[in-house]
Design a protein around this ligand. Structure first.
Ligand code: GLN
Length: 201
């Protein structure tokens, strides 16, 4: 069985743990560097990305995580987690750090303010059985991706819609929160990718 960490500095950690366990993985909460030992992959939940950046540094997790991600550890970031995985952040703070796990430009708060939070039914490449109910909370979107990064969902299911889900093998990011609402198919997609990544500890 694969073991997947959930970064527990902020955000809805319990919901991610539940979704991973429902998808056949062992889930482990990660707040300190030693807790990274033996994890085969990591979920970076939503929250507030400038605060997360500061917490990653003060908990001594930024550098160890950057090393693991650089060495190919599977990782999935939702919302603020997507921002953390970007190579370039638009409308971030000057001192805001990101891992560059995916070659992509991410715009913070692209869908507007809290009041503009919304839900939609999204078609996601790789997810069978009908559209996924996607919850967007002060969400970012992806403005552009580099070679090798695959766009797997766009808002409105339109070809010209904003990019809201991407992957490069077992590295994935979504603008939305699939841990909310009890549909675990996105987590199952990630767990499958971790299993297939050859990175298992
Ligand atoms: N707007 C937040 C940020 O910039 C992200 C919101 C979320 O994770 N739900 O970090």
């Amino acid at each position: 069985m694969v073991t997947i960490g959930v970064l527990a500095l902020q955000g809805d950690v319990a919901e991610h743990v539940r979704a991973l366990e429902a998808s056949g993985a062992r889930a482990r909460v990660v707040r300190r560097e030693p807790e990274l030992d033996g994890v085969d992959g990591l979920v970076v939940p939503g929250g507030e990305s400038t605060t997360m950046s500061k917490l990653l540094v003060s908990f001594g997790l930024f550098d160890p995580l950057a090393r693991r991600i650089g060495a190919g550890m599977p990782v999935y970031g939702s919302c603020a987690g997507m921002i953390a995985l970007a190579s370039t952040i638009v409308d971030g703070r000057d001192d805001q750090l990101c891992f560059g796990a995916l070659d992509m430009v991410v715009r913070r708060n692209a869908f507007g303010r809290q009041i503009d939070s919304h839900e939609e039914d999204l078609r996601v490449e790789g997810i069978a059985g009908g559209p996924l109910r996607a919850v967007f909370i002060r969400a970012p979107w992806v403005e552009s991706v580099g070679p090798g990064v695959r766009v797997i969902a766009r808002s409105g299911n339109r070809e010209d819609g904003p990019i809201v889900a991407v992957r490069k093998g077992a590295v994935m990011a979504t603008s939305f929160h699939p841990e909310i609402g009890g549909d675990h198919r996105f987590h199952a997609l990630f767990v499958d990718a971790v299993r297939g990544s050859g990175q298992c500890a």
